[in-house]
Write a protein that binds this ligand. Structure first.
Ligand code: TYD
Ligand code: MG
Length: 486
């Protein structure tokens, strides 16, 4: 009986890798009963979408040749039997849970705490993405060293040797920190060591170098990323360890297999930088414990990353003399106001189709604004090339940048510089109306703090009590704005 059972299982295992044969009539032959079919899904490396069969093009994101086979390992299959017990699996009252305070660990870097929503939450998983060499390892080594003075921290590196990390720590002046280092790429080993060291914070540098034993594909593949991250997330939730994952971004600027990882973790932070600039901006793209879109600003120096506590004017370069085609606006990034210069160059065009180039702004929106300027303020630019640029490599996605775009274009067209102590912001509607933007008063206060004395803003954004030392002009229509700016 035993032998027979064994043979039957053997047969079924072989049969499982076969597709169900199809009869000539096109009707699939009924599969053998109790066939233990090995589940295979095809995962897109670009968007993380799962398809039941291989296709040349991903049905979700339409990318080509991004699907690869993935066999979910037995332990993570949804059988319901093997699912590990969660620490708080039993249902509990909401009030009871809310009354417990979520312990947060300060990372020693105020700006990093800020993007995390006020420090590192225990039991949470954060993914820190960025291009190679931008400073991910540096940041987490610094934060790890600071955290280590209060709580056990394990820094697992699959990229560099322990010696290399040690040398970097020496350079950063944090070699004395009681931080534990481990050069390892096996997730199982890392988790075993983390448990042995009772680590409360675990840094993984990087998730692309980690491999889970049950998955056969190479490190960095979607299957490995998914499984390694799933193990780390499970461990974080079970033990209350805060896990920080470093993830490299591909040339398209996304973490490889982005959706796969982004769904699994609690926070997704991206490093941004203008090439050649020493400033590094970390942006929270997703945060279950704080505001999304919050930014933290650092400067990379000889001694690693230093936080920039008052970054609102770092992208602002004051011109010696007022120049035509330049205006300062106040953008809102997360919960903070940033002063940013918008420049335009408007020049007579000799081409049949004049050029419209927007850098740091959406091109279609700029074209739309120029049409509004023509229709509602009588300023025609169809014989001119228009170039608009946001200084400092910053991207402005807000509609508050509408009015500054038109103000700079007008100033360039007329060759008349705007006052140097002037700021403006506001959304421009297709009917030529100037619409209010959120946080008008906060924007004006920030500008006043940096010495701006005049502002042209949407009428609905006029502060009731005024802003000390600032002359604020509220405008309701584009013609009024043009009048106020001229
Ligand atoms: P790193 O943290 O290794 O980047 P990542 O882990 O994102 O790949 O950062 C390396 C870069 O930072 C490298 O170009 C050198 C620079 N750097 C400094 O300028 N100052 C420093 O103190 C350190 C440690 C690095
Ligand atoms: Mg690194």
């Amino acid at each position: 009986m035993r032998v027979f059972q064994g043979l039957a299982c053997e047969f079924l295992n072989h049969a499982a890798v076969w597709e169900a044969p199809v009869l000539a009539s096109g009707v699939p032959r009924k599969p053998a009963p109790l066939m233990a079919k090995l589940r295979t899904v095809f995962v897109c490396s670009s968007c993380g979408n799962e398809s039941p069969r291989w296709q040349g093009q991903c049905p979700s994101c339409a990318e080509w040749n991004t699907l690869s086979a993935y066999h979910p390992p037995a332990a993570s299959r949804r059988s319901g039997i093997e699912r590990p017990a969660l620490a708080d699996a039993a249902p509990r009252g909401l009030a009871e849970i809310v009354s417990e305070d979520a312990p947060r660990l300060p990372t020693g870097l105020g700006e990093f705490d800020r993007v995390l929503g006020g420090g590192l939450v225990t039991g949470s998983v954060a993914l820190i993405g960025g291009e190679p060499g931008i400073g991910k390892s540096t940041l987490l080594l610094q934060a790890g060293a600071a955290l280590a003075s209060a709580t056990p921290v394990l820094y697992a590196t699959g990229e560099e040797s322990v010696r290399q990390v040690g040398l970097r720590a020496q350079r950063l002046g944090i070699a004395g920190a009681p931080l534990k280092l481990l050069a390892e790429t096996s997730v199982e080993q890392v988790l075993a060591q983390a448990a042995a060291a009772s680590a409360r914070v675990l840094v993984i540098d990087s998730i692309q170098t980690m491999t889970a034993e049950s998955v056969e594909s190479a490190a960095g593949s979607v299957a490995q990323l998914r499984e390694s991250a799933a193990r780390l997330v499970g461990y974080a939730k079970r033990t209350g360890t805060a896990v920080l994952l470093i993830g490299h971004v591909t040339k398209e600027g996304v973490i490889a297999g982005p959706r796969v990882l982004e769904h699994m973790v609690d926070c997704v932070l991206y490093f941004e930088s203008d090439s050649g600039s020493r400033y590094r901006v970390i942006r929270a793209v997703k945060n279950r414990f704080g505001a999304a879109n919050e930014i933290g600003v650092f400067a990379m120096g000889e001694q690693g990353l230093k936080e920039v506590r008052n970054p609102s004017a770092i992208f602002l370069s004051r011109h010696e003399e007022p120049v035509a085609g330049s205006v300062v606006t106040v953008a809102r990034e997360g919960t903070r106001q940033m002063l940013i210069e918008v420049q335009a160059l408007v020049d007579p065009s000799h081409a049949t189709n004049p050029r419209r180039v927007a850098v740091g702004l959406e091109g279609n929106r700029v074209a739309m604004l120029l049409a509004v300027l023509h229709r509602h303020a009588g300023v025609a630019l169809h014989g001119h090339d228009v170039f608009v640029n946001v200084v400092g490599g910053v991207r402005l996605g807000e509609t508050a940048a509408d009015l500054p775009v038109l103000a700079s274009a007008l100033s360039s067209l007329e060759g008349k510089a705007l006052a140097q102590d002037l700021v403006c912001f506001g959304e421009v509607g297709l009917a030529g109306e100037i619409r209010p933007v959120p946080f008008g008063e906060e924007r004006l206060r920030e500008a006043a703090k940096h010495g701006f004395r005049r502002a042209v803003v949407p009428r609905a954004n006029l502060p009731r009590a005024g802003i000390e030392g600032m002359d604020v002009i509220g405008v309701g229509r584009l013609v009024e704005a043009v009048g106020a700016l001229r």
